[in-house]
Design a binder for this molecule. Sequence first.
Ligand code: 4NP
Length: 148
Amino acid sequence: MKVLFVCLGNICRSPMAEMILKEMVRQENIEGNFIISSCAISNEEEGNDIYPFAKKILLEHGIPVEKRKARQITQSDIEYYDYIIVMEQYQKNKILKDFFVIDELKVRKLNEKDVIDPWYSRNFDKAYQEIYDGCKNLLIAIKKSYEL
Ligand code: 4NP
């Protein structure tokens, strides 16, 4: 299963989701079945590592954090990944507008409600909780459809 998380800048929410889901599949010893990554809708943070406050909240919850470089989504990502999981409706709309997406069902929101950007809200605790809950539900859904 190939899962790509998408947010605006790829330095807060989508890397948090990437690290959280990677830890969840490691905990269940099913990481060999997964390729998990993240990227941005914009190119504003291109090349930048995860934002320090996002890193801090992950470490506080015992989630390992890999060094990384923000990057913008491409057409090959759309074709390569099985699940393209966005944080806000805006990102879903933009992907469906800007790219050729054969299977629109693979572009989904993490939660019904948008995950508010902690870059602006400064509420990293709330973002962590929403992303954690979303990843938990996502993993249940993926496991169900692949009978893992
Ligand atoms: P993210 O947060 O989309 O959760 O990575 C943001 C980070 C940076 C910016 C916007 C959102 N920015 O405009 O630089």
